[in-house]
Design a binder for this molecule. Structure first.
Ligand SMILES: [Zn+2]
Length: 261
């Protein structure tokens, strides 16, 4: 492990965990952030500055950013695949690369206006999807994201290998509402066991334990506060093995190390 081409995790750690949260739900503000703060942990919150009232509505997220959490870009319109059957709205199959770029750039302008203190942030692909078009004309929009952001979060089975992962489509583990605290700790433990960067993706939270997986639902039910607290307690007690930081911070560390190779 002393090979000069092996990424050195900071603080003598053996891996990293980033907790990421999508869509800026109220339950993240009400449940997840107080628990993170209780354990002195920082996460990455990907929000959508949409609607005429975006600036007033997103003020709580400014406060979140000022306490050390990362507020990331999740586009304004949150355009996903037509296959969800969500109705007449825009879909990835029918928009152009220029349209997605304009949406991402305007979201970035608004987030900079909301939080001038945070000059750089990471991006998160809505619904984990990174393309426009379909079939023979389908094109990746990862190269556009790579122009504007140091890193971006997607989804994937293997945790991120610091030397090998594509920083502009980071793998993440999607957390389902039915997962127990020990399920979450198992996911996080991969970081130190495999010397990898585990990114976890959360959506909604609820105070009570959920009754189980809802077939056909997009994210399943919300995660219980108790499960999340169990994960945070585990992470807080493993700080000497696992580097726990927002996505931006880990990405910057890897970028800086890769630049010096
Ligand atoms: Zn989303």
């Amino acid at each position: 492990m002393t090979d000069m081409n092996t990424f050195p995790w900071p603080n003598g750690c053996q891996g990293a965990v980033s907790m990421s949260f999508d869509d800026g739900s109220q339950s993240q503000l009400d449940i997840a952030i107080p628990i993170l703060d209780e354990y002195d942990l920082r996460g990455t919150f990907y929000i959508n500055p949409r609607g005429d009232d975006w600036k007033e509505r997103l003020q709580p997220w400014r406060e979140v950013a000022l306490t050390g959490h990362e507020v990331g870009n999740h586009t304004i319109q949150h355009i996903c695949t037509r296959n969800f059957g969500w109705g007449r709205g825009k879909t990835l199959e029918t928009i152009t690369l220029d349209e997605i770029e304009a949406d991402v750039v305007e979201a970035e302008r608004r987030l900079q206006e909301l939080i001038p203190e945070q000059s750089v942030r990471t991006f998160c692909y809505p619904c984990y999807q990174n393309y426009v078009g379909e079939g023979a004309t389908r094109q990746s929009y990862v190269p556009i994201i790579a122009k504007y952001f140091p890193a971006a979060r997607g989804i994937g089975e293997a945790a991120n290998h610091p030397e090998l992962t594509d920083l502009h489509y980071l793998s993440s583990s999607a957390v389902a509402g039915w997962m127990s605290g020990s399920d979450l700790c198992r996911i996080a433990a991969v970081a130190s066991e495999q010397n990898r960067w585990v990114v976890m993706t959360f959506h909604g939270f609820q105070e009570e334990a959920s009754s189980g997986w809802a077939p056909g639902s997009y994210h399943g039910s919300s995660l219980s506060a108790d499960s999340f607290r169990e994960l945070c307690a585990y992470l807080a007690s493993h700080r000497d093995e696992i580097w726990i930081q927002p996505v931006l911070k880990v990405a910057q560390e890897i970028i800086s190390w890769r630049g010096n190779l």
